[in-house]
Design a protein around this ligand. Structure first.
Ligand code: PLP
Length: 394
């Protein structure tokens, strides 16, 4: 008899967002018509920028006519987009070849698929609190997971001194959910650790566009030595509002090899076998992000989200509440009031001020006692939610 992948039976129920939805639905049933201020979601709220919309329309038109119609796209990405991404790195002083850029349908897809090129016997190291998909994707592939808890004392930043035997190292900066950003020195320490061990870092840069301070690295390839130990996974989801449109890219450098095999060549082989490329229309839309107009327009939207994050940070500063994130990141990770668990705090905010956030416990055990707010909402709602929070805790 065919056996299913029994590792699926080891997955913990993904209850975080389901439980939030259940609790808010129950509240609204009891209090019909009340408006909830939803500060919990990691999805964006603002539309795609005009340059992207124009490019999408034009690409749809291309598909309507003989001569401009395009069929299958190259599996690793259309040259025009791979070159635009590489050029953007180039403008920041980073030499990334277009053939090291792999166009994807988003970071989530890549975080799952990339595991194909690694031996499942090599353990993954996941600093926590973490984006829950890291753990689940590794459980599904039967890989041993080493959890590396981070602490408030260390600013929720992972320390390579605790890396132990992890061979596949997950780093997410700016971090979801803590908003913590790895500085150059810490990222260099991780790169040195990975090179010394022969480990590979999966650098999740989904929120890199939120980094405004020039001294903080937006790409792991800003760090010397990263080309021999890192893969960078990027997304236009939060950078340019592509959560529902779906587009991202992954950088696998040519120098990255293990056991005599080139990981870049393995990834080419994987993509040419398991993918038939990303939609031509979406790739045209994505390329528009990298034009001067696109870059200016996405910054306007990012500034709105940054403004929301500042409203939250200023509120917590006034309240004297401990937090990470909020600067160079779209998330604020705040300490729940003394002794209060993150789910009881969730319930209290829902019932007393009708604000919905995300309990930290959902991102790993060391997230208990902490709470995440997202800056992706509406500015007026963010201001109102923070005014209510200030009244409640002030
Ligand atoms: N990585 C992190 C840390 C995220 O928070 C998210 C989405 O919220 C993703 C990856 C997935 O992004 P995408 O929409 O590109 O799949």
């Amino acid at each position: 008899m065919l056996k299913p992948n029994l590792h699926y039976g080891e997955l913990k129920e993904s209850y975080l967002f389901a439980r939030i939805a259940e609790k808010t639905a129950a509240y609204l049933k009891e209090h019909p018509g009340e408006k909830l201020l939803r500060m919990g979601i990691g999805d964006v709220s603002r539309p795609l920028c005009p340059a992207v919309i124009e490019a999408l329309h034009a690409a749809v038109e291309d598909q309507a006519n003989f001569g401009t119609f395009r069929g299958y796209q190259p599996e690793c990405g259309a040259d025009f987009l791979r070159e635009a991404v590489a050029a953007q790195y180039g403008e920041r002083g980073l030499k990334i070849g277009a053939d090291e850029v792999f166009v994807s349908s988003g970071a989530s897809d890549e975080l799952g698929h990339i595991l194909d090129i690694f031996d499942p016997a090599c353990p993954a190291l996941i600093p926590e609190p973490a984006y829950p998909a890291y753990v689940d994707a590794n459980v599904m592939s039967g890989r041993r997971i080493l959890h590396l808890p981070t602490s408030p004392e260390g600013g929720f930043l992972p320390d390579p001194a605790g890396a132990g035997e992890g061979d596949l190292i997950y780093l997410c900066s700016p971090n979801n959910p803590t908003g913590a950003v790895l500085d150059r020195a810490l990222l260099k320490a991780w790169v040195d650790h990975a090179n010394a061990r022969g480990a590979v870092i999966l650098f999740d840069a989904a929120y890199e566009a939120f980094i405004s301070e020039p001294d903080l690295p937006r790409s792991i390839f800003e760090i010397e030595g990263a080309r021999t130990c890192a893969i960078e996974i990027c997304s236009l989801s939060k950078t340019a509002g592509f959560t529902g449109t779906r587009l991202g890219w992954t950088v696998v450098p040519k120098e990255l090899g293990r056991a005599g095999m080139s990981l870049r060549e393995m990834w080419v082989r994987n993509r040419t076998t398991k993918s038939n490329g990303v939609s031509y229309i979406l790739q045209r839309g994505g390329a528009a992000v990298f034009t001067p107009e696109g870059q200016a327009q996405i910054q306007k939207t990012l500034d709105i989200y940054r403004g929301n994050a500042k409203i939250m940070a200023d509120t917590l500063d006034r309240l004297g509440v401990r937090y990470t994130g909020g600067r160079n990141a779209p998330y604020i990770w705040m300490a729940c009031p003394a002794g209060e668990g993150s789910w009881p705090f969730f319930d209290r905010l829902l019932r007393e001020i009708r604000v919905v956030g995300t309990p930290g416990e959902g991102f790993g055990a060391c997230g208990e006692g902490w709470f995440r707010f997202s800056a992706f909402g509406d500015p007026a709602d963010t201001r109102e939610a923070m005014a209510r929070l200030e009244k409640l805790l002030g």
